[in-house]
Design a binder for this molecule. Structure first.
Ligand SMILES: Cc1cc2nc3c(=O)[nH]c(=O)nc-3n(C[C@H](O)[C@H](O)[C@H](O)COP(=O)(O)O)c2cc1C
Ligand SMILES: [Mn+2]
Length: 477
């Protein structure tokens, strides 16, 4: 059912039985640890809503992990429920392909303007910002947030999700990885010696979060327009009173401010989706806040990363990354790709698995190279494993079996050096961050003698069915 805003969506999630609610929890480590401990061994990872947070007024809430189930993601973008991973990916691709972008609709007012603070009234500590992990360098208000910037040359409005740390009452840090649009835009202002205008919402419609955090559009295309088109309804925005940037009218909390060239403060470390405090404390640009707007009883939206497979946004990113890699393989003419998985144990980034029906010599390498280097697959990768069509990438046991029985390390593995990494990569020493390498593992039957390759010794489906029909329930007691 389409929803009208985050609160309406939360009511539907509650009715689905996927919301765990807690009262009286402390923002300092307690809240984050509850989410980690509860989620760690569960297949269905719930969303969490915290109210009556210690030291804060009732109603000032924190939502954690809104999008850690396929059904909740589907609900966020008006897609059908009960889809498998590949079902979701293919349905997403089908809809995204026919999406005609719709620009946001400017409205004169909205719930986000229920409270507006400027000047001395600006105080980020008004909100119960969590300290998620023990060694975090500060309280992170932005983990499931949406940062809005505008290209100074073309006027293109970009949205991205980048972690945001509180420095003090009116100053934030935002870490944007090199190569992300938000970073490129910020650097364009800095190169001119100008401040970069920034707006961030820390609680918003979940569809907007999907677009900002996980839809990797080409340079120059707005995530606002994409998600409006995808949902068939423009995002309603107000014009930010300070920067003029478009801000979702139903945002729970939004700030506006300026990031000045050279104005840096120490950010991090932060427990990241790799499962490590992988980026040390180091100077990053700040945002000097000029206005804070919020709804009555605002909800901070958090998606704190933790060690895989718990991480707060990995499922969403992995599904959409797989969809976009499939698009790239199709666009570059790699035939007969059956499925793609960005595996959760690699933080939905480090391990890509591509299943193909091999058609010609070199097909497997071609698929691997495109998957490893297209925009959606290139960032912070490490291993790309290509398997035959009888292997389901969503069955890890099968993938490891194929790798161990069909590949020959001396000839099946290639290394590509100096690829796109990030300061977050735990396996790259400080001072050398930026590049890392890729291993391509061709776990397909070797094409030259594919017809002579030993037959799989499984019972045939017909034989298995015959036995099941004969022995029935007794087999599965
Ligand atoms: C919950 C979540 C947190 C994220 N945190 C960061 C981050 O701290 N820094 C970053 O560069 N990217 C982060 N990302 C990834 C970017 O938001 C994502 O790649 C986005 O597509 C970038 O958009 P852009 O290229 O338009 O800037 C995060 C994504 C999600 C879903
Ligand atoms: Mn973008």
């Amino acid at each position: 059912m389409p929803y009208s805003d985050l609160r309406d969506w939360l009511d539907q999630v509650r009715a689905m039985g996927e919301l765990k609610e807690f009262k009286g929890v402390h923002w300092e480590l307690e809240l984050g640890t509850i989410c980690d401990v509860v989620s760690r061994d569960r297949k269905l990872k719930p969303a969490f809503l915290f109210d009556d947070i210690v030291g804060y007024p009732s109603g000032y809430r924190v939502l954690v992990n809104p999008l850690t189930s396929i059904d909740r993601i589907a609900l966020a973008v008006n897609m059908p429920l009960d889809l498998t991973e590949m079902g979701f990916i293919q349905e997403w691709r089908r809809r995204a392909k026919s999406t005609v972008p719709i620009s946001p609709m400017l409205v004169s007012s909205g719930p986000v303007l229920e409270n507006v603070h400027t000047g001395d009234d600006i105080d980020l500590y008004e909100f119960p910002v969590p300290l998620y992990h023990e060694l975090d360098g500060g309280r992170y208000i932005g983990t499931g947030s949406v940062t809005i910037t505008k290209d100074p040359d073309s006027g293109w409005v970009n949205m991205g999700t980048y972690r945001v740390m509180v420095h003090n009452r009116d100053t934030l840090a935002f870490f944007v990885s090199p190569g992300k649009h938000g970073r490129i835009i910020r650097e364009k202002y800095f190169a001119k010696g100008e401040p970069c205008p920034v707006a961030i919402c820390f609680g918003q419609d979940p569809g907007v979060l999907v677009a900002a955090g996980s839809v990797d559009l080409p340079h120059g295309q707005s995530e606002y327009d994409f998600i409006g088109g995808f949902m068939g309804k423009p995002v309603e925005v107000i014009r930010g009173p300070v920067t003029g940037l478009p801000i979702p009218a139903t945002a729970e909390i939004a700030i506006e401010g300026w990031s000045y060239p050279g104005d840096e403060m120490v950010e991090g470390p932060f427990g990241e989706w790799t499962g490590y405090y992988a980026s040390n404390a180091r100077p990053e640009p700040t945002i000097r806040i000029k206005s804070i707007m919020h709804r009555n009883n605002p909800i901070i939206s958090g998606a704190p990363p933790t060690r895989p497979p718990v991480s707060g946004h990995s499922l969403l990113s992995g599904l959409l990354q797989s969809a976009m890699i499939l698009d790239a393989l199709e666009a570059t003419g790699v035939p007969d790709v059956r499925s793609v998985r960005s595996h959760e144990l690699g933080g939905f980034s480090y391990i890509l698995i591509v299943a193909i029906k091999q058609r010609y010599p070199g097909h497997a390498r071609q698929a691997a190279l495109v998957a490893s280097q297209c925009r959606a697959g290139a960032y912070m990768g490490r291993y790309v494993i290509v398997v035959d069509e009888d292997i389901d990438p969503y069955n890890t046991d099968d993938v490891l079996w194929a790798m161990s029985t069909r590949s020959d390390p001396a000839t099946s593995i290639d290394i590509i050096r100096r690829c796109w990494s990030s300061p977050l990569d735990p396996a790259v020493p400080v001072g050398q961050k930026g590049h890392n390498s890729r291993a391509i593992i061709d776990a397909c039957r070797p094409y030259e003698w594919i017809d002579q390759f030993p037959k799989v010794s499984d019972p045939s489906p017909e034989l298995a069915q015959k036995i099941i029909d004969k022995w029935g329930a007794a087999l599965f007691d």
